[in-house]
Design a protein around this ligand. Structure first.
Ligand SMILES: Cc1cc2nc3c(=O)[nH]c(=O)nc-3n(C[C@H](O)[C@H](O)[C@H](O)COP(=O)(O)OP(=O)(O)OC[C@H]3O[C@@H](n4cnc5c(N)ncnc54)[C@H](O)[C@@H]3O)c2cc1C
Length: 446
């Protein structure tokens, strides 16, 4: 660090919120410390492409240090933040405390299994690069194990992939899995037919993409149907075990189960000492500060913020980005001895959800678009917001290539070759009805 003057702003988390706060403060008379447990920023909207072998991790992530390298007043520390002492104005890490004058907490969210944390082993969620690689491993391994089994004498049976949660992540995972099995792998196996893979998307609520207008939910379901995905709405998952998912008393065979049903705020929210909502999000003031601590801000997925009409802001990147810029402005104004902006306003530019190749839905106010045009808008926005010119170019080339060829180039199985529940009877037996344990709601993620 070269600048040693001005108050110290500590930013916890270099996701969309934290990075934008840091960048927007880069020219202010402050010293900034960005702390993240990882040394890289992940572009989460493209994680599903890593999980489905379309992109490699390095194409959707960038080192935090390199993103911020041109700002001399910003230092980056790789550390796990374990808590805060707001009285002493200190951020706690196992290696020691980091003191601050202003604190911005932007630690994001994690999966929630609604009290069934044991399900995580059988049904990984998608939040980090590690999660994406684990999903990729399981999906590709399932095809390999089935081919090997069929090649050594057992009759080839279709695989069953079950995706739990019909929000944007569940929809994009199910659609892309269908694409892989119908197209990318079509001519590469000799003893099995990947196109026969059964892809089932389960949603606890009455429709997919509940945050979108009803006509777009219907369109998403229709587009998934065309891709060959079976969608069951109003279906609550009650139990997950190796090789099967239960919906009440119905046992659904599952070679691979993916979890896209629940999100909980980072546990760090509770250490701020302010009230939290049911999802663990901090109930912040209208200016995103913590009650009683105007020098502490919580932003992004970790903050519970309502708009002017009392509607909760969604856990999406634009909210985190705008909040990061807003708290930077609050700090800058205060340092200039000017009145702090009193309230954060979210400018909603619209929502986009991709389903698969040339399939998507988009909602821009009253304008609702489906299919190819929505998909093009999705592609454009996501490539535009990827960090780093090199990444944008690489992703664009990869996409163009796989659009023309249907190829998915990152099909590497790394790590273990163990697939929970892999045994021929579990994978191939049909749907059966058995008594199922207590029901829980499987709402969508994001
Ligand atoms: C699969 C998926 C797809 C998505 N698709 C979209 C989409 O298409 N469009 C959209 O707008 N939004 C999408 N989102 C949501 C969007 O990514 C989030 O809303 C956004 O990332 C929130 O930003 P954030 O800064 O609050 O948290 P994050 O971006 O999650 O960043 C949190 C950071 O904090 C760090 N951290 C956490 N805990 C600690 C700790 N204890 N110590 C140190 N560091 C810590 C993490 O390493 C991370 O870098 C998607 C999310 C997922 C998971």
């Amino acid at each position: 660090m070269t600048s040693e003057s001005g108050p110290r702003v500590v930013i916890v988390g270099a996701g969309f919120g934290g990075l934008n706060a840091a960048r927007a403060l880069a020219k202010a008379p402050v010293q900034i410390t960005v702390i993240d447990r990882k040394n890289y920023h992940t572009f989460q909207p493209l994680l599903y492409q890593v999980a489905t072998a379309g992109l490699s991790p390095g194409e959707i992530a960038a080192p935090i240090r390199s993103i911020l390298r041109s700002h001399n007043n910003i230092e980056v520390l790789m550390a796990e933040v374990t808590g805060f002492d707001l009285g002493r104005r200190a951020v706690e890490t196992p290696e020691g405390d980091v003191s601050y004058d202003y604190l911005v907490v932007a630690a994001g969210a994690a999966h929630s299994y609604f009290g069934h944390d044991d399900w995580e082993r059988y049904a990984p969620g998608l939040k980090t690069i590690e999660d994406a690689l684990e999903i990729r491993r399981r999906v590709l391994l399932a095809f390999e194990l089935e081919e090997r089994q069929a090649a050594t004498g057992e009759a080839a049976k279709p695989l069953n992939f079950v995706v739990v949660g019909g929000g944007p992540t569940g929809v994009e995972l199910a659609g892309t899995l269908a694409e892989i099995s119908r197209h990318a792998l079509a001519h590469e196996f000799r003893s099995i037919d990947p196109a026969r893979t059964h892809i089932l998307l389960l949603e606890g609520g009455p429709r997919l993409l509940p945050a979108y207008a009803e006509d777009l939910s219907g369109s998403a379901q229709e587009q998934l149907h065309r891709l060959g995905v079976e969608v069951r709405t109003s279906t609550t998952v009650t139990q997950i075990e190796p090789g099967a998912v239960y919906a009440g008393s119905t046992r659904l065979p599952a070679t691979v189960v993916l979890w896209a049903a629940g999100v909980a705020a980072s546990a760090l929210g509770k250490s701020v000492g302010a009230p939290v909502d049911r999802a663990g999000r901090v109930l912040v003031q209208p200016d995103l500060s913590v009650p009683g601590h105007p020098e502490v801000f919580v932003i992004g997925d970790l903050a519970a913020v309502q708009d002017e009409h009392g509607k909760m802001l969604p856990g999406v990147a634009p909210v985190a980005i705008q909040q990061g810029r807003f708290v930077a402005k609050v700090i800058r104004e205060e340092l200039k001895s000017q009145a702090r902006p009193a309230r954060f306003h979210y400018w909603d530019k619209g929502s986009l959800a991709t389903i698969g190749r040339a399939a998507a839905v988009a909602e821009f106010g009253r304008i609702h678009i489906s299919g190819f045009v929505a998909w093009l808008s999705w592609l454009f926005v996501h490539i535009l917001f990827l960090i780093g010119f090199r990444n944008r170019l690489l992703v664009f080339i990869q996409w163009a290539w796989s659009y023309v060829t249907y190829e998915r180039g990152a099909r590497l199985i790394t790590g273990s070759t163990y697939l929970p529940g892999w045994s021929s009877d579990q994978q191939v037996s049909g749907e059966t009805t058995e008594p199922g344990p207590q029901e829980i709601h499987t709402g969508p993620a994001k």
